[in-house]
Design a protein around this ligand. Structure first.
Ligand code: ARG
Ligand code: ZN
Length: 881
């Protein structure tokens, strides 16, 4: 493990390299424990750089075993090699010159899963962000771009497949038992996009004809026997390629595009040029083993990585501070893709749910940082939902402010102007300014100021004048390192809904700019007046979630119900129902805490049941309506001094009340939404299943017995229904014979299928209540628990910490102490994984004092540990600050 070096990197310190890398030639002689890497690098000195300036290459846990300069051995006096760097002096005055570095590395011993490692006997790489320096000494930064030629030599029997970036040059027999393969990637790229895969893998093949008529070979590599489970991923890939041509005018640029699925992977997937490497969770699917959510994730992540080919690879980041340039934009692109492939409104609801449950807490806690940070200690800790999801929302707001035509012109200009370059957020914004003529100076604060803006709204209507007045005030909370903030440019989509359900068209708007249905809030306080409004309207504000803000607007239940019934923006209808539910859920939590009786507002039940039963609405949307805000959502709204047990009890009571009241509706939906015929993963069928399973959950609440869920479990013919029924049984009736029987049946049926067994672990890790910890500890003793496999660790320990509020936040603090122990045991093997799971405690300060005290001491235990990775040290120190 690389222990903490404590060095903070600042954006302000950026300067270009002294040497320009022209070409890279790498030769790998693969061996499980002793792989030889020979790197031939051709550099020239940048103009104006003094010849005495040394060349400094990055390393990480490396030992130098050979160094040639212009093909002759370098005397020891000319270089210094440490595990972290190689400094070469007295370089030839005549440039270009060639440096040949030889290193030996041990893939088998690489448990960090960064650099070159082994997974199920397959060689595989992960180089983003700084993994390449674990392979060879190199200028490992994203603004160093070069074409790569790769030669792989390995045992032929064990490694029939040998892949790298670019196009295949050729291959053949090498020496006793070994063969070789050569690849050339003509597109200059930074080292983080390098990839190599070798091993014995099965393959699924297809082709895609691009818009200019070129045939591209498509290949997805999986473990032997799993080929049929890659069919959906292949289909998603072809749809992604087509969509990027149609929507963004982007064509693929190599002869071949490959995806490799591996079972040990720290993140979701990686966009290496022409050779994406995936966590197999986001490739493999069939009806028997994958849920509708799994299918949707596969579609989104296949698209995401493919879209990176232009947003990330052809145009990359100048430095890691610009990460959102590729990630935020690419998330925006994959969101748009899924919205076009599925239902836009339902997709938007799911996105906003995710944003609010993951990004908003990050932005409100000790780990808050701007979308474009200005300093970091460990870059791996900045692959955050702020950079990704808020980054995507920022691009969405640009599209909203500019309108689709100017937004497209800005994107086109970006691709044209910066193709082949490593650029900054400023370069990106300039393209939209130049294409639209709009000044984005104030808007750019979204990249620089952390925190979720709070917008407070109040309104009044003047019948005599026919005017509607809206007063808005924005406030951006203080975040670590940023106490004083400037007002932001906030685009707010709105509608004034009249009594008859029609949307009013004001004759004039005063007080600020309005384009289409979008109001531009640019000042701290601003009052807008709409004239020509004939009767008192109901205001629907921040429709489609046009800005990622918290909105305080006291609307009556009647007004919210009016929006829920009439807005033409479906997202706003869902939002209104959520706004109706939230005060109820918050009050229920307070009542539960004080031991008071809990009541559910009949207006809420009526509005929910009306929407749920509305056949004009698609089932997927109705299912979203019936999914009330989560316990974490309620905790966030309550804001502090939280008691997770009371929140759980309050929510439970509200759900039960709705279940009793809506019994007839749920019985009908459970019946009507049944799908005859074989499973298909399309969005419409998935929506019906979601609505039916939601009805099943309410029925189970009302009935209070496991019978109906047990029946559903027995009758299920697909993983969506099966996992849903199992979750209901285990979560609602954990001690029943039905739950135990179903868990056993499930295990027997899917034993050996790692991705399904992950679900078995997760479902048990999230059983509510104080007993969860004992269950999690027992499951860790199960031989199926593999502590080196990130998916398995996340499915049990990660899911427990992130997804079981009552189980994890036990009042006695045992959950936190357990997590601290686990972090300390994972960290030496896989720091990235440890740091990621530790962020589950990011909201510890909003707990009630007793729990918060326990949480603080558990964090302090971690902080006191003698050896910690930079990853974990960075997170724990920021959390305690
Ligand atoms: N660029 C990858 C993506 O598509 C994520 C890789 C992150 N890897 C890491 N070690 N931090 O989102
Ligand atoms: Zn990405």
């Amino acid at each position: 493990m690389r222990t903490d070096t404590g060095q903070i990197v600042h954006l302000a310190d950026y300067r270009p390299t002294d040497f320009v890398l022209e070409r890279v030639d790498l030769t790998f002689e693969l061996d499980p424990t002793n792989t030889k890497v020979e790197a031939r690098l051709i550099f020239h000195r940048r103009e104006g750089v003094d010849p005495s300036v040394p060349l400094v290459l990055d390393g990480d846990e490396l030992t130098l075993s050979g160094l040639l300069i212009d093909q002759s051995e370098a005397p020891a006096s000319r270089y210094d090699a440490t595990p972290e760097s190689l400094t070469i002096r007295d370089l030839p005055a005549e440039t270009p010159f060639e440096v040949t570095v030889t290193t030996f590395i041990n893939p088998e011993a690489n448990s960090q899963l960064m650099g070159l490692y082994r997974t199920s006997g397959v060689y595989c790489t992960q180089c983003e962000a700084e993994g390449f320096r674990r392979i060879t000494y190199f200028p490992d930064r994203p603004d160093v771009l070069a074409p790569y030629t790769i030669t792989i030599i390995a045992d032929k029997a064990a490694n029939p497949v040998m892949l790298s970036n670019g196009n295949f040059l050729g291959g053949g027999d090498y020496d006793e038992g070994r063969h070789f393969a050569a690849w050339f990637d003509p597109h200059p790229k930074p080292a983080y996009l390098f990839a190599l895969v070798a091993g014995d893998l099965g393959v699924v093949e297809d082709t895609f004809t691009t818009m200019s008529g070129r045939d591209v070979k498509l290949r997805i590599y999986v473990e032997h026997g799993k080929e049929p489970r890659a069919a959906y991923a292949m289909d998603a890939l072809k749809r992604s390629m087509k969509w990027d041509e149609e929507r963004f005018g982007r064509e693929y640029d190599l002869d071949i595009f490959m995806i490799v699925a591996v079972s040990d992977f720290n993140m979701g997937a990686m966009e290496n040029k022409g050779l994406n490497v995936f966590n197999d969770k986001y490739v493999l699917a069939d009806p028997e083993t994958a849920t509708d959510q799994d299918y949707a994730n596969i579609e989104a992540i296949i698209a995401h990585e493919y879209f990176h080919n232009w947003t990330g690879n052809r145009i990359t980041c100048r430095d890691w501070f610009q990460l959102c340039l590729k990630e935020g934009l690419t998330v925006y692109r994959d969101h748009e893709f899924s919205a076009d492939q599925r239902s836009r409104a339902v997709k938007r609801v799911a996105e906003v749910r995710h944003l609010k449950s993951e990004q908003f807490p990050e932005d409100a806690g000790p780990l808050a940082h701007p979308v474009r940070p200005t300093k970091y200690r460990e870059i791996n800790n900045f692959y955050t939902t702020t950079v990704y999801e808020k980054g995507s929302e920022v691009t969405r707001m640009i599209a909203t402010l500019l309108g689709s035509k100017d937004f497209k012109a800005g994107m086109d200009l970006y691709f044209e102007r910066h193709d082949g370059q490593a650029v900054t957020v400023e370069d990106y914004l300039k393209c939209f300014e130049d294409a639209s003529g709009r000044d984005l100076e104030q808007f750019s604060l979204w990249y620089h100021q952390a925190g979720t803006p709070l917008v407070t709204a109040s309104s009044s209507y003047d019948q005599k004048k026919g005017t509607f007045t809206l007063s808005l005030e924005q406030m951006l909370p203080a975040t670590p390192g940023q106490s004083n903030k400037e007002p932001m440019h906030i685009p707010l989509s709105l509608a004034l809904i009249l009594d008859n359900g029609q949307i009013a068209a004001p004759t004039a708007v005063k007080g600020g700019e309005m384009t289409g249905d979008v109001l531009h809030l640019t000042e701290r306080k601003q009052t807008f007046t709409f004239s020509g409004i004939s009767s008192r309207p109901v205001l629907s504000l921040n429709r489609s979630f046009s800005a990622p803000i918290n909105l305080h607007f006291d609307q009556t239940p009647a007004d919210l119900a009016h929006i829920a019934r009439h807005d033409t923006d479906l997202f706003a209808r869902w939002q209104a129902l959520t706004d109706l539910a939230m005060p109820n859920l918050m009050q229920a939590a307070r009542d539960a805490r004080e031991g008071r009786e809990i009541t559910c507002d009949p207006a809420l039940t009526a509005a929910l049941l009306e929407a749920a039963g509305d056949e004009a609405l698609e089932p997927a949307f109705r299912a979203q309506v019936l999914t009330l805000p989560s316990e974490a959502d309620i905790a966030r709204e309550l804001g502090g001094n939280n008691d997770p047990d009371a929140i759980h009890a309050g929510r439970h009571a509200i759900l039960s009340a709705i279940a009793r009241e809506g019994n007839k509706t749920f019985l009908r939906l459970f019946d009507e939404m049944k799908i005859a015929g074989p499973y298909a993963p399309d969005a419409a069928s998935a929506g019906k299943r979601a609505l039916r399973n939601s009805a099943l959950a309410y029925l189970t609440y009302a009935e209070g017995t496991p019978a109906r869920a047990a029946q559903a479990f027995a009758a299920a013919d697909n993983m969506t229904d099966l996992a849903q029924a199992l979750t209901l049984l285990a979560h609602r009736f954990p001690d029943s014979a039905e739950a135990q029987g179903a868990l056993d049946t499930f295990l027997k049926r899917f034993d050996g299928n790692a991705l399904v067994i992950d679900k078995w672990f997760s479902i048990q890790a999230t059983i509510p209540g104080a007993g969860a910890l004992a269950r999690v500890k027992a499951l860790m003793e199960n031989p199926r628990f593999v502590s080196t496999n990130p998916n398995r660790v996340r499915s049990l320990i990660g899911t427990f910490a992130f997804g079981n509020p009552t189980g994890f936040n036990r009042p006695d603090g045992e959950g936190y102490r357990f997590l601290a122990e686990q972090i300390l045991s994972i960290d030496p093997k896989n720091p990235q994984l440890a740091a990621r799971i530790l962020t589950s405690m990011r909201s510890w300060r909003s707990l009630e004092p007793q729990r918060a005290d326990h949480a603080r001491s558990a964090l302090a235990t971690i902080e006191r540990a003698e050896t910690l990775s930079t990853d974990v040290r960075d997170i724990v120190e920021r959390m305690l600050k």
